[in-house]
Ligand binder design. Structure first.
Ligand SMILES: CCCCCCCCCCCCCCCC(=O)SCCNC(=O)CCNC(=O)[C@H](O)C(C)(C)COP(=O)(O)OP(=O)(O)OC[C@H]1O[C@@H](n2cnc3c(N)ncnc32)[C@H](O)[C@@H]1OP(=O)(O)O
Ligand SMILES: Cc1cc2nc3c(=O)[nH]c(=O)nc-3n(C[C@H](O)[C@H](O)[C@H](O)COP(=O)(O)OP(=O)(O)OC[C@H]3O[C@@H](n4cnc5c(N)ncnc54)[C@H](O)[C@@H]3O)c2cc1C
Length: 669
């Protein structure tokens, strides 16, 4: 790439308005524009600007400060916005082919504005792979059936009873006309052929009224994402043409014979569910984006909001307090590490899809599918939980102002919340990752590697189990190599312990089902979490230590990597001691002190670090998070825009005329 200074980035990345945040911006150790260019590059920055400015200039996307939209109105507005997104068609096919990462950025830019139209749009786009309707966690247990009738060359779709109804489906509540329905396939010989997906029309495209035999409706108000209409559906002998089977895993001939290129039922099951990895990868990135939104607000607020001080007449920004730094800056470090991880995971996924498109049947393609599944089944939990905790911490870090709806932290928290549940409940998904890791135990003694190298750490399994914490000082701990080594040990240790526990459970006569169930807490669940944290850290460590990173940016990036690693690791301190990796009081203390020292070193960079990823004010839509840092003016400006802010309430007579009489209704008996 051309050196930063030789290109004029002013038009792409304009300066921020002058104001109270300048104090911190001047203290930053690096140039935020140079960082933005390093992380995204010119093309992506241009794309982001194009999307952000289109939304800002379009009256349909105007905000409604101080106005309560009814759910019905919000759903309507969301639909109109979603339609408009199709009209904008921000990316051409050519652009996508040249750089698939652009889709990823486009989705996240739209989501930064509001997740409801973004997800509605995504679900419409992904109709060929998504809009699936299912049973919940236990997909194998889906009870909707699709029976082939060779006389009419149709499938008959049937929901046995209301408990088997499809529930929660995005876009289905009010407006979807077609759905991809997962159902158990039966051929005319009465044979069961496993889970398959079918395209089923559910509403008339001219009238939006349900197709006969389909009962479809809206499931009601949710905790967040209320612009989206989530729905339910039941099918009573609904007939669909034979062509509507989505023959990913298998097909039925005109005579009603089943054929599949994948012979094994188990393999067919994973092929049928393979598309879930893309949803889980997207949700990993959606959660990471929520981290960006919440931290932009909380850090800008903390840099301006002053409380107390060393003397009575001098108050200092709350960001100067050790506690505030420790509450926020590790999440900032996590945002950078997870941002990098999300991009790399998306690249892995692109490779997987390229293989599918070119009909690769190699062992490598199968291994990629398994590794991607294991990665995103843990990265979705890690990132959605991190964002959920961060949103709450940011809310509290902004004190009372954080609780004001206009500042958006409540919306971010509530809209992020279902990321922990949909496309697979987090706790259920983590079991997929630990299953994958446990399946490598039998290879431990032979040379092996996985396509993306994430399990290659196990090649040194026996050797790593002998490792110990060796840092001799706090300064020794200030590089991410220290937590990374500890994580490698942790993964090997938890793998060994989980394997031993499973064997013990089985030896004591428990069934496979029971034995596996009894190995989750403190064993397999911790293993999956440690593994994904180690993977995220490994990738970010390698990136930040790359000699190609400009020397002007490397120190701050290395600090972020070290802070993310140490802070994540500190939650596993008990296991590090329990398993003998760490001993004595120094190890724990070094880690804690290094975390605090890194927070301190990063606090003057914090504002510039959020400037790198914060969207424009219109998109962020939070008075306390605005780039000018004029906290109080911005809040007042917004408060006074409310249409009824200064009005007397319509029920004023209940207070002034029909005055309350205390005890009037008290029983006289
Ligand atoms: C760019 C486009 C994006 C578009 C995307 C937009 C979405 C972005 C916006 C957000 C919008 C949200 C909208 C919400 C949309 C829903 O929520 S859709 C509903 C999603 N529902 C779920 O995810 C259900 C969760 N449950 C499951 O996925 C599965 O049933 C379970 C839990 C993973 C399987 O559990 P199980 O029955 O115990 O099966 P198990 O024996 O473990 O698995 C059998 C084999 O299949 C394998 N397998 C299972 N799943 C997979 C898989 N996915 N891949 C590969 N192999 C697999 C297993 O590894 C196992 O292999 P082996 O170990 O035997 O070799
Ligand atoms: C906003 C939103 C949108 C959605 N959109 C769609 C959609 O478009 N299409 C679609 O098909 N679905 C959709 N869903 C449904 C979603 O996919 C499911 O809610 C999700 O997969 C979890 O399944 P469940 O609700 O059946 O939870 P359950 O499986 O009933 O989980 C309940 C609890 O039990 C625990 N649990 C379950 N099994 C185990 C186990 N084996 N071991 C340990 N603990 C276990 C879970 O951890 C959880 O805490 C949506 C959900 C939400 C919230």
């Amino acid at each position: 790439p051309a050196p930063f200074k030789s290109i004029s980035w002013e038009s792409l990345l304009p300066d921020f308005p002058k104001g109270p945040l300048c104090k911190y911006r001047k203290k930053a150790s690096f140039n935020w524009k140079e960082m933005a260019v390093l992380l995204d590059g010119k093309d992506i920055i241009q794309l982001k600007n194009r999307i952000f400015s289109a939304l800002e200039s379009d009256p349909l996307f105007v905000h409604h400060p101080g106005e309560e939209l009814s759910r019905e109105k919000y759903q309507e507005l969301t639909f109109l916005r979603c339609k408009r997104l199709f009209e904008y068609d921000f990316l051409t096919q050519q652009e996508i082919i040249e750089n698939p990462l652009k889709i990823f950025h486009m989705v996240l830019c739209i989501g930064m504005y509001d997740w409801s139209p973004c997800i509605q749009y995504l679900l419409h786009c992904a109709v060929s792979t998504h809009l699936v309707i299912r049973h919940g966690s236990n997909t194998k247990g889906i009870r909707t059936t699709a029976t082939f009738d060779h006389n009419t060359q149709e499938f008959i779709i049937n929901t046995p009873d209301f408990e088997a109804a499809k529930f929660w489906i995005g876009n289905m509540g009010k407006h979807a006309t077609h759905a991809v329905v997962y159902a158990q396939l039966y051929t005319p010989d009465g044979q069961y052929q496993g889970l398959h997906s079918f395209l089923v029309q559910i509403r008339d495209i001219k009238t939006l009224l349900p197709i006969p035999g389909v009962v479809v409706g809206d499931i009601g108000k949710k905790i967040g994402q209320n612009g989206l209409d989530n729905g339910f559906a039941m099918f009573h002998n609904v007939r669909i043409p034979k062509e509507n089977i989505l023959n990913i895993a298998g097909d039925v001939t005109a005579e009603g014979k089943y054929s599949s290129s994948v012979k094994d039922v188990k393999e067919r099951f994973s092929a049928a569910l393979g598309s879930l990895s893309s949803g889980r990868t997207v949700i990993t990135a959606v959660s990471m984006t929520n981290l960006k939104l919440a931290l932009s607000i909380a850090i800008r607020f903390s840099a301006v909001r002053c409380q107390f001080g060393p003397t009575d007449d001098e108050e200092i920004p709350v960001l100067e307090y050790q506690t505030q730094q420790w509450r926020l800056l590790p999440y900032l470090a996590a945002t950078y590490a997870l941002d990098y991880f999300c991009k790399s995971l998306f690249e892995n996924l692109t490779e997987f899809y390229l293989g599918l498109l070119t009909k690769q049947r190699s062992q490598r393609q199968a291994d990629i599918g398994r590794e991607i599944h294991a990665l995103c089944a843990a990265s979705k939990p890690l990132t959605s939980w991190t964002a959920q905790q961060a949103a709450q911490e940011c809310r509290e870090a902004c004190g009372g102002h954080g609780y004001l709806a206009m500042n958006r932290l409540g919306e971010i928290r509530n809209d992020n919340d279902p990321n922990c549940t949909y496309e697979g409940d987090n706790n259920v998904l983590l079991q997929q990752t630990s299953n994958y890791l446990m399946s490598w135990m039998h290879c431990i003694r032979v040379p092996f590697e996985s396509p993306f190298g994430t399990i290659n750490v196990l090649q040194d399994y026996h050797h790593i189990l002998d490792w110990k914490f060796t840092a001799m000082s706090v300064e020794d701990c200030m590089d991410s190599s220290v937590p990374l080594a500890a994580y490698k040990w942790l993964v090997c240790y938890l793998l060994r312990e989980s394997d031993l526990k499973l064997s013990k459970e089985k030896q004591s006569g428990r069934s496979d089902f029971e034995a596996k169930n009894n190995c989750q807490v403190y064993y397999c669940r911790s293993l999956a979490i440690a593994f994904i944290e180690q993977t995220v850290l490994q990738r970010y460590h390698d990136y930040t230590h790359d000699p190609d990173i400009p020397s002007t940016l490397q120190p701050v990036l290395k600090n972020l990597s070290a802070l993310y690693g140490l802070w994540s690791l500190s939650k596993h301190l008990a296991v590090l001691y329990q398993g003998g990796y760490a001993s004595g009081e120094q190890a724990g203390r070094f880690i804690q002190n290094a975390i605090l020292e890194l927070c301190y070193r990063l606090k003057d960079d914090a504002v510039a670090l959020v400037d790198v990823f914060a969207p424009p004010d219109f998109i962020l839509n939070s008075p306390i998070g605005k780039a000018n840092g004029e906290l109080y003016k911005n809040i007042w400006g917004e408060v006074l825009q409310g249409s009824k802010t200064l009005n007397r309430p319509s029920w004023w007579t209940e207070f002034c005329i029909n005055r309350p009489v205390a005890g009037r209704l008290k029983s006289k008996l």
